[in-house]
Write a protein that binds this ligand. Structure first.
Ligand SMILES: Cc1ncc(COP(=O)(O)O)c(C=O)c1O
Length: 448
């Protein structure tokens, strides 16, 4: 029984217990670890969360797209509990266990590419990114890595160099990896000149090709790393020509294509992997976040001949692909398949996009509604014609959502994109309440 406020009801934040814990947080946790709200969770179930003051929330954030199957899926919990009674940790380098190889096999089967693959299991998304770079360099014998504007690939030293957003992911942390070169990503809504989507994508591709004449030769480039749909950069879907163009450059110049599906994968976009929408096959695909069903796990999945070039001992780690995470991931994949969550992502996304497009007609502040499946972004602007970003208004909308029991996050280089990433298991009435809270918050801020 909810003793505090139900989702939809206004509450004062933080509640008393959260406020007390927040004092401890401020005392013992560095401020660099950002928070979007001063709330401490007590428990979660599906798309619902209860805080320590017994207030209920609908979760449109899902641990930053890491809970596509929702909070505390009962089948995943049972698989974890069963494993807890057997063994917790041995380190795959010391003793092997079945779930690790079973998961690797499964991942080779469900990723694009009709060729032999191998899988490296690690812990965080950034670790998968770092390993993809290491493996690409070892395989090609080249050092250059092409990444894009607006990209986010993680916070560790090398991954941070691939990440584009300066404040606050990179600010004061340089120097970065000297092999990284950056090119424009076709973020059409913010194209700097008048063009079509398709021509803008072709321009971005041409910029890379011409750099082989003016900047550094293609023979020095090991890999291109790309998010098939931009995550932290603003939930931007590139035109088809962009990903097809990248594949062609990679084929022409023997460069590897790495698809970072850490945020966009695991069914979120209405296909298992976002790159499936474009019918492009990467040489290496990265997964993390929702892969572990709530536990830490990441995977670097690549062509066998690429993955197998690394010398013995060159990749791995103490906890990578630990037994709990592996059984959780195997069960997570089963839950996704059994409940047809990939189709559900597509269907729910259509409903949500319809509602948000209608809101765009009504509210001047909504500049753009975009996305694939249930990976949907809402870009907020102060003025539709100048497209001046509206970060303060975005923060105000977020605050109002929290006060009415909706957990929501923003993203984008201008901090003005509301991103929607509810669990794909969300019940329709929960989705309805959540959307209602969001629409009301946007209407209120639009009218102010
Ligand atoms: C596309 C993408 N790549 C890499 C990462 C880094 O993942 P992690 O935070 O698990 O290191 C993220 C995290 O948000 C991401 O969205």
């Amino acid at each position: 029984m909810i003793q505090g406020k139900k989702a939809g009801e206004k509450r004062v934040l933080p509640g008393q217990k959260s406020a007390e814990l927040f004092l401890l947080r401020n005392r013992y946790i560095p401020r660099g670890v950002f928070q979007i709200a001063p709330i401490f969770i007590e428990k979660g179930c599906g798309a619902l969360v209860e805080d320590v003051d017994r207030n209920q929330y609908i979760d449109f954030c899902a641990g930053i797209a890491a809970l596509n199957i929702g909070h505390c899926n009962s089948e995943v919990i049972s698989a974890i509990k069963e494993q807890v009674d057997k063994h917790l940790h041995v380190c795959f380098h010391a003793l092997m266990y079945e779930s690790h190889v079973e998961l690797a096999k499964k991942l080779t089967e469900i990723t694009p590419g009709d060729f032999s693959k191998q899988v490296l299991l690690t812990n965080s998304g950034a670790e998968a990114v770092e390993n993809a770079v290491k493996i690409s360099r070892r395989y090609t014998g080249r050092h250059g890595i092409i990444a894009f504007e607006y990209a986010f690939h993680g916070r560790t030293a090398l991954a941070m160099g691939l990440t584009s957003q300066v404040k606050y992911y990179k600010y004061g942390f340089g120097p970065f990896d000297s092999g990284v070169q950056r090119f424009p990503y076709p973020y059409y809504y913010r194209a700097p000149f008048n063009t079509t989507e398709s021509d803008y994508a072709k321009y971005c591709i041409e910029r890379i090709e011409s750099s082989f004449r003016t900047y550094s030769p293609a023979e020095e480039i090991a890999a291109i790393i790309v998010e098939p749909v931009l995550g932290e950069g603003g939930y931007v879907v590139p035109p088809q020509e962009f990903l097809t163009g990248l594949r062609k450059i990679c084929d022409d110049y023997k460069i590897l294509l790495i698809a970072d599906e850490i945020q966009s994968g695991m069914g979120r976009t209405g296909k298992m992997w976002a790159i499936n929408h474009f019918d492009v096959t990467p040489d290496i695909l990265l997964s993390a976040k929702s892969l572990g069903g709530g536990l830490v796990l990441s995977a670097t999945i690549g062509k066998k001949d690429i993955m197998d070039t690394v010398d013995i001992g060159g990749i791995g780690g103490t906890f990578g692909g630990n037994p709990l995470s592996c059984v959780a991931a195997l069960k997570t994949l089963e839950v996704i398949e059994k409940n047809k969550l990939v189709d559900r992502a597509a269907n729910l996304g259509q409903i949500v996009k319809g509602r948000l497009n209608a809101l765009k007609e009504e509210c001047e502040i909504v500049g753009d509604v975009r996305g694939l499946g249930s990976m949907i972004g809402l870009e907020l602007v102060k003025n539709r014609s100048t497209k001046e970003p509206a970060p303060e208004e975005t923060g105000e909308i977020r605050r109002k959502c929290y006060e009415h029991g909706l957990i929501i996050m923003s993203c984008g280089v201008y901090h003005n994109v509301i991103r929607i990433m509810y669990p794909l298991t969300i019940k329709e009435d929960e989705l309805e309440i959540g959307l209602g809270i969001l629409e009301n918050a946007i209407r209120e801020v639009n009218a102010a």
